[in-house]
Write a protein of this length. Structure first.
Length: 51
């Protein structure tokens, strides 16, 4: 999957690496800003009474 993404990015090696880093940063940001808080609210993973 990663090789497919890397092959389809435009530009030379430098621009492909830069675009890959930007995409990775965007995915990490989305996970930390929206996905992980939503999961923590839904599954209550920090509730000590569930242990």
């Amino acid at each position: 999957m990663y090789a497919w993404i890397f092959r389809h990015l435009p530009g030379n090696l430098f621009w492909r690496l830069l675009q890959t880093l930007v995409l990775l940063a965007a995915v990490v940001a989305v996970l930390f800003l929206w996905v992980f808080p939503w999961v923590a609210d839904r599954f209550d993973v920090l509730d000590p009474s569930l242990g």
